[in-house]
Write a protein that binds this ligand. Structure first.
Ligand SMILES: [Fe+2]
Length: 230
């Protein structure tokens, strides 16, 4: 792995690779399918192929000021190194709200103020803009979601792997309904599967890795049933 130089960056990528390896060695793989397993099996080589990009312009977000420290500090023992890497790297990333063009509503205003994502790695033209790393085959994002926040139903053509660093929350995946997911869980959203996340009393930190179509933006279902882009 090249020297990536930003605080926490090389540690973050190495620990995510370790998380994927741990998920693959778990016997039930979150009850995932064989397709989910093959997605996870393709991630380590993509992570090892990340190279430094032009540095992103650091941009903070109100959600970080409110939720990053409490979420890092509530991470369980096993996830503390990953949480510490997120905290070290966070000031150097470009944090954004998602779906700024969605119709305003109390739910969306809470979401905009309390949910932020930042690209860590993207290709040229990838969703979310520039991160500190470049890849032609994957994107990697960090996500901070405050307590009591609803990230509604959305989908995208990219295959997605989520890993939870901190915060137990309720996650929807396709027809399986909402279920509780906890720190250390690693799971797959296959292309165009509708998913959603609702936090309870705990803020959440997660990483999301994309494979496949890295340029098509996610679509969020609005209150009138139409969809808006991220
Ligand atoms: Fe997603």
């Amino acid at each position: 792995m090249p020297c990536m130089s930003l605080p926490g960056l090389d540690v973050l990528v190495s620990l995510i690779e370790a998380e994927v390896g741990r998920a693959l060695s778990a016997t039930d793989l979150d009850a995932g399918s064989g397709e989910d397993r093959s997605v996870l099996e393709s991630l380590p080589s993509a992570l090892r192929g990340l190279v430094p990009s032009e540095r992103p312009v650091p941009t903070s977000h109100p959600a970080l000021g409110r939720w990053l420290d409490p979420a890092v500090e509530s991470a369980p023992e096993q996830q503390r190194p990953l949480a510490a890497a997120v905290r070290a790297l966070a000031p150097h990333l470009t944090w954004k709200s998602a779906y700024p063009d969605a119709p305003s509503s109390p739910t969306m205003r809470r979401f905009w103020a309390n949910y932020a994502f930042a690209p860590v790695a993207t290709p040229e033209g990838g969703v979310g803009g520039v991160g500190p790393l470049l890849s032609a085959e994957m994107s990697l994002y960090l996500v901070v979601q405050g307590a009591g926040i609803e990230y509604g139903r959305h989908h995208h053509p990219a295959t997605e792997v989520y890993g939870i660093v901190s915060g137990t929350a309720r996650w929807l995946r396709g027809d399986h309904g909402f279920r509780s997911r906890a720190p250390g869980d690693v799971f797959v959203h296959q292309p165009d599967v509708v998913h959603a996340t609702t936090t309870g009393v705990e803020p959440a930190i997660s990483w999301a890795a994309w494979l496949g179509d890295l340029e098509s933006r996610p679509l969020l279902e609005t209150s009138n049933g139409s969809f808006v882009k991220v």
